[in-house]
Design a protein around this ligand. Sequence first.
Ligand code: FES
Ligand SMILES: [Fe+2]
Length: 456
Amino acid sequence: MTKYESRYGVDARIDPDASVDSPDRKFPDIDYEAKIFDDQEKYFSEEYRKQEWDRLWTKIWHIAGRVSDLDKAGDYFTYELGAESFIVTRTGDGDIKAYYNVCHHRGNRLVHDNYGNVKSFVCSFHSWTWNLDGSLKKITDRETFDEDLVCDNPALTEVRCDLWGGFIFISMNDDVEPLIDFLGELPAVLQNYNMDDMILVSDVETDWPVNWKTVLDAFMEGYHAHITHPELLTMIDDFHFQHDVFSNGHSRMHIPMGLVSPRKSDRGKLSDEMREIIESIGMDASQYEGKASDIRADIPAAKRKWAKKYGNDYGHFTDSQLSDDWNVNIFPNITFNMHPEAVLVMRFRPHATDPERCLYDFWVLARKVSDPNYYLPAYMGVPKEADLSGNAPRSERTYGKWGEVSFGPVVDQDAATVPFVQKGLRSRAFKGARYSQQEMRLTHFYIEYDRYLKGE
Ligand code: FES
Ligand SMILES: [Fe+2]
């Protein structure tokens, strides 16, 4: 399909003159054939849930957690995915390893809590014990076992583990491609953000009454902003996103901020939300003489100055990275909303048994700043008094159910919508999803998803 022309006469590209190695550049679109995605059972059927487990989740790389949670030898955390649980730990040699969280004696979960520090992993049932490197340390009363049953000295079953951006990725697939190949274009495109160096300042895990893809879909397009998030229209241009699709199902959309939606007739007045944004980066909203629709052009210089005041050099970021929100999908289940000062990470995990439930994880990673007067712009949802120095203990994880925890107005609006979508997907009258070019990331995602489910 030919690319539509903006009815507002605006070029949606970040920078039409971007060089071939600039992260701002427009990547080539893929000319997917127009089709209705009429396999909506994938959002609720048990058969799809099983197929996803066998052909997607057990085959691919996924993010288990952050390297910063494994500071010293013996630190560990557990990571649950579907019916599996994994222990991710730092060994005495300083390596990071990941194991299935299961005891080889009678199948007890070896570790029951979410994180901690141990010298060895001791099973709570009959005290079989493993070293941090996964080797067997002790079988209690070994002489009471027929030696044939234990002569293999079973080590913990290891899974593949690799690092990028301060994240620990694991894969249950021994033949999985190297992580760096799987990530494709992303490391180069996102290099400026240097997420290795960011600290975890918010960590929330919630249980939602929808399929993991029903909620993920809502975070992969901006087409719904004008009706679901009307207050955003005074601070973003919701119609002119640059959408980029990458290899292996990954994608990006850039959300231009510091603009007023062309859908709005009044484009001059600064909204309270816009005032708050520019005040938080050291601009004086009361002295601002331009129109609200012009602020984006002024943000990069202001943000560089603001960062410098607090000891950070933002010189290497492009103007768009400073003013805009780069929304990235690491296929299948991670999204980033990226700013130089902080990244919001969302992770969508399938429920162990119910295809109409999922786990929605919400993390904020922040760049370190020790000045107590510094705070993050309101769109990150981090309290102004949060300690961002990197010296405070990591933020405690909080848990909740859908509807009990607030993620701020925008995500709460999405949360209110998606259970209705989940219900509607089951209707006999619903004949499948039709995606616009504003939803091209969904087309790209589901083409890749289908490849996995067909076992290609
Ligand atoms: S189940 Fe772990 S020691 Fe028995
Ligand atoms: Fe939304």
